[in-house]
Write a protein that binds this ligand. Structure first.
Ligand code: ZN
Length: 274
C-alpha cells in the first residue's frame, strides 16, 4: 500500500526544526500541488529551488529530510501547479508520494482552521504538539481524521464488488463509508453494507488500515461474510453497480496502492483472516 515505504520512515512526531535549503517544499493551492512533470513522473522541489516571501510551516520528517508547507505564491523554475490527485497513482517515489499526500491533509487542516470555531478569534500553532490554539478562549484544535470502513463481503468464491456513482474512481471497488458518530467500526460495516447493497453480513474481521488524505480519513479494511439472501438492492445515490464477482474473474491491479486493492488481492490469494 502507499504507506508501506520501508526502509524509509515518515516521522510524524512533533519536533519543528528550522527551514534549510535541502528541506522539501510542499506548496498547495486548492487541489493543486507545485511539482514538475518529468516524463510520466513528478518531481517535488527543495526549498533551494523556491523563491517565496510568505509563511513556512514545518510539517514532518522523511528519513533525515524536513518537510515544510510554503504559502503561495512560490516561484520555482521548471515547476508548475499540477493536480494533487496524481499522487494516488504514486508518480514519484512511494515515500515522496506518501509524504506529499500527508502534507496535503495538513495543508487542508491549516487552511480551514484559521479562526476559532467557538469564539471567532484567530488561531495560532501550539508550541508543543501538532495543534492549533485559541489564546482568547483556550480552545485547542487537532487535525481532523474521519474513519472510514472498507468491506470485502465474501460468499465462498465470490466477492461483493461495487462501482461508485460519484467521483473520479471508475474501477471496481468495495463497499465503503464513513463511521458515524456513536458507532464502532464493526457497526459501520453492518450498516454500510446493508445501506449500499441491501446485503446482511456476519463475522466482520479487521484486516488492515491506510491513512487517506483525500478524505481526511483513516481507512479501516474488513472482511465479512454473507448472512442470508445474496440478492442485491442497489443504493443508487452512492453506487452505479454492485455484483458478486467470482474469484477467477478478478484481476490484480499492479498500479493500485490502495487498501481497496490490497483487500481485493488478499481475497484473490485466499488470504483472509478466519
Ligand atoms: Zn476561541
Amino acid at each position: 500500500m502507499l504507506q508501506d515505504i520501508l526502509p524509509h520512515r515518515l516521522d510524524l512526531s512533533y519536533h519543528p526544526s528550522s527551514i534549510g535549503t535541502e528541506s522539501r517544499a510542499l506548496v498547495f493551492e486548492g487541489e493543486k500541488l507545485l511539482a514538475a512533470a518529468q516524463g510520466g513522473a513528478l518531481g517535488l522541489p527543495r526549498v533551494s529551488d523556491c523563491s517565496f516571501s510568505g509563511r513556512s510551516v514545518w510539517l514532518f520528517r522523511l528519513d533525515q529530510t524536513d518537510f515544510f508547507l510554503l504559502d503561495p505564491p512560490v516561484r520555482a523554475d521548471g515547476y508548475t501547479m499540477l493536480p494533487v490527485s496524481a499522487l494516488r497513482r504514486c508518480p514519484v517515489t512511494k515515500e515522496l508520494s506518501f509524504a506529499a499526500m500527508t502534507g496535503y491533509q495538513l495543508y487542508k487542516w491549516y487552511r480551514d482552521n484559521r479562526f476559532c470555531g467557538r469564539c471567532g478569534a484567530p488561531l495560532a500553532p501550539a508550541c508543543n504538539e501538532r495543534a492549533l490554539r485559541c489564546d482568547c478562549c483556550g480552545n485547542v484544535i487537532y487535525p481532523k481524521i474521519s474513519p472510514v470502513v472498507i468491506v470485502g463481503v465474501t460468499d465462498g468464491d465470490r466477492l461483493l464488488m461495487t462501482r461508485y456513482a460519484k467521483g473520479e474512481y471508475r474501477n471496481w471497488a468495495l463497499v465503503a463509508g464513513f463511521v458515524e458518530v456513536g458507532e464502532t467500526p464493526e457497526d459501520a460495516v453492518h450498516r454500510e453494507v446493508l445501506e449500499e447493497t441491501g446485503i446482511r453480513i456476519k463475522n466482520p474481521r479487521y484486516v488492515a488500515a491506510q491513512p487517506w488524505a483525500f478524505s481526511d480519513s483513516l481507512l479501516l479494511g474488513f472482511f465479512a461474510e454473507l448472512d442470508g439472501s445474496d440478492k442485491i438492492t442497489l443504493q443508487e445515490s452512492e453506487l452505479s453497480q454492485a455484483a458478486w464477482i467470482p474469484r477467477a474473474e478478478i484481476r490484480h491491479r499492479p498500479e493500485d496502492f490502495s487498501l481497496t486493492g490490497d483487500l481485493i488481492d488478499r481475497f484473490v490469494r485466499g488470504e483472509m483472516p478466519n
